[in-house]
Design a protein around this ligand. Structure first.
Ligand SMILES: [Zn+2]
Length: 337
């Protein structure tokens, strides 16, 4: 997430969001879960912007994040993932959002996707050649329901990565308005509750095949107060997100065909942080995690040493039984059950 400019809450964006929500709400879920485009397999990917590994470990250890705990311990937790690419020449990239999300969604590093920046230069990424994985899914299954819910203070996953890949999410492309709260003398812009609310709506009224949620509040707390297990607001923001994710998981489990569906739930992040920023190659900025949780998904071949964000895209596609082509240039083999 970008850290210096946060636009004010936009009333028209809120109205747009409400209108969009109402319109989408008219489309009801149909058909048994088994009969989707992917043999009943579906993916919910939740991205926490700027979440340090040690802070996630802490809330799991102290019992204050039961939903993250369940996802991590009942699934497969990669605690050895690193942001920032590999520490080798052209495979290295800054620990910021543009390169991080690009690698998570394309399966390649900056030497291929071309993203070393946020902002305007992010849009020069090579997403036609190395697209967001939605593009591969769309080509294989034109009617797939693909959704990406992002906050309107950093819509770039949708507006640059997905749009630049030539994917048009049509009605599923939702930008969620922010809310502003006072915390002592500080003003905080929060989007996570609205992202979770929209996710609940999608899971209740729609039939998602793949749904991505981008949660921003943890990164904002880091920039405002500090990225550290010693910073109460940074930790409490992650705990608050755990509660919100609880509402999303509840909505998933209440789906009428849930017992016939096979969901892969992923929780990961684009980078860590140090002091009030990130972008460098310190352990605090590089050390992240990814959780993969699905029925029967218990990979036995844990990788030695480190894994990288390039693991996520091939794992999603392999779970959805998409044959991976060598010309896609993925840097990692998929994690398999
Ligand atoms: Zn940030």
């Amino acid at each position: 997430m970008l850290h210096f400019v946060t636009p004010p809450v936009c009333a028209s964006a809120l109205i747009f969001s409400i209108l969009t929500t109402c319109l989408i709400g008219q489309v009801m879920a149909d058909g048994p879960g088994r009969q989707n485009d992917f043999q009943g397999r579906r993916v919910l990917m939740m991205g926490i912007d700027g979440c340090r590994r040690d802070v996630m470990e802490q809330v799991i250890k102290d019992g204050s994040a039961p939903h993250f705990t369940k996802i991590a311990t009942e699934g497969h937790a990669c605690w050895n993932m690193e942001a920032g690419g590999q520490l080798i020449g052209v495979l290295n990239q800054p620990t910021i959002s543009g390169p991080g999300w690009s690698t998570l969604f394309t399966g390649v590093f900056a030497n291929k996707h071309g993203v070393l920046h946020n902002g305007a230069k992010f849009s020069a990424g090579h997403f036609k050649q190395y697209p967001h994985f939605f593009r591969y899914l769309r080509e294989l299954k034109p009617s797939a329901w693909l959704g990406s819910v992002v906050g309107d203070t950093w819509p770039e996953v949708n507006s640059i990565l997905i749009a630049g890949s030539g994917e048009n999410l049509a009605n599923n492309n939702t930008i969620v308005a922010t809310e502003v709260v006072k915390e002592g003398a500080a003003t905080r812009e929060l989007t996570d509750a609205n992202v979770a609310k929209e996710a609940v709506h999608c899971l209740t009224a729609e039939n998602p095949d793949v749904l991505f949620l981008h949660f921003l509040d943890v990164d904002h707390a880091g920039h405002q107060f500090g990225f550290s297990p010693e910073i109460p607001t940074y930790i409490s923001t992650l705990r608050a997100l755990d509660k919100q994710i609880g509402t999303v998981l509840e909505a998933m489990q209440k789906r009428p065909q849930f017992k016939d569906e096979s969901w892969l739930i992923i929780v990961t992040t684009d980078h860590g942080g140090i002091k009030k920023g990130h972008g460098g190659q310190s352990p605090e900025e590089r050390q992240i995690f990814a959780f993969f949780n699905a029925p029967g998904f218990k990979p036995t071949a844990e990788r030695d040493g480190k894994v990288f964000q390039s693991l996520v895209t091939p794992t999603v596609l392999d779970f959805l039984q998409v044959p991976i082509k060598p010309e896609w240039g993925f840097e990692s083999a998929p994690l398999k059950p």
